[in-house]
Design a protein around this ligand. Sequence first.
Ligand code: NAD
Ligand code: ZN
Length: 365
Amino acid sequence: MTNNEPNFTLCSDSARTHVFVEPDALNYIGKWVSSLRTPPIVVIISDTTVAKLYGQRALASLATHCPKSELITVPPGDQSKSISHLDGIYAKLGKMRVPRDGMLLALGGGVVTDLTGFAAATWMRGIDYANCPTTLEADVDASLGGKTGINHASGKNMIGAFHHPRFVAVDPTCLKTLPARDVAAGLAESIKHALISDAAFLDWHEQNAPAIRAIDPKIMGELVTRNLRIKANVVEQDEKESGIRACLNFGHTIGHAVEKLSNYALRHGEAVAVGMVAAAHISMSKGMLDAPAVQRIQTMLQSFALPIKAENVNPAEVIEITLGDKKVKAGKRQWVLLDGIGQYTITDDVSDDVIEQAVNTVCAN
Ligand SMILES: NC(=O)c1ccc[n+]([C@@H]2O[C@H](COP(=O)([O-])OP(=O)(O)OC[C@H]3O[C@@H](n4cnc5c(N)ncnc54)[C@H](O)[C@@H]3O)[C@@H](O)[C@H]2O)c1
Ligand SMILES: [Zn+2]
């Protein structure tokens, strides 16, 4: 593969997102921007941690291909997905006089890609942007699919827009500097993708576990590419989540409750791991998954240092959040369950008893 060729392109009604996954991708972003067109200015948005590690490389790559590039940083952490940080970004874009044909480039984890995407969706009614994810969570999930947004006092991701990046450029070598806990959290989303759609990919995780744990760049490149293809395939069929895109929420219903009730002490991926175990138990109760499969999922999560139980989270509160918020679709909570490994089903036919039992299995306080 040459450096100019995308691995693949997500094509839907409103998206044409090229996906590049390769070691040293950061060195080629200038080339990839200019292969689309030459924007008068490209503004990189990053967090201070990532900017320190990779900001200069990204700027240097842009400098050889684009007339002007700038870097804006926000503090690391989910707090930066806020109206006040967005306002700070707008102020800087205004000062830089970023025009309609200017471009934003997110360099960082899901916080930065969500924030940058939303800034791009709203600045001058929408300008182009691209994602250079640097966490595994963003590599395999947040960087592709067009969901952008910020948090609000009324809830996480409450304000947002669908706005697709022009390209996603993943440099798997960036994972070398990512704390092990964040790598594991991203792996939960990878296992999620395998569980809902690709049994062979689940086998692949087992076969390549040592190389994955060692963050071998070649294996991580393959892992990211396979994940993004799965996500692209779902998004191409249901861009705005009116149907099957909901399958990507496997493990997220109970996972979100657990994440919140841990006061965000658990990483999102860790909470999703717990949520997937609960969803696997629910699937087993409905006769769709056998006990060895549930055990296999648990063993795999643990082998990647992911939790299968949430400590210090009150099961009654998880149940309250999960069952209290039933008015999701036509009055009933939709559950994404496994119909065997590699296949999902979406149903609202799950009794409260079964949910309570599953939550009690995965929570201990
Ligand atoms: N839009 C979507 O489809 C989507 C999907 C999943 C998650 N998300 C969002 O993503 C966010 C979580 O993203 P995240 O898990 O990537 O967290 P994050 O962006 O907060 O990054 C985690 C931490 O890792 C640091 N970091 C990033 N890359 C690094 C690197 N290569 N080396 C060293 N440190 C590095 C960051 O500075 C930060 O402190 C949430 O806000 C979530 O809502 C969005
Ligand atoms: Zn998730």
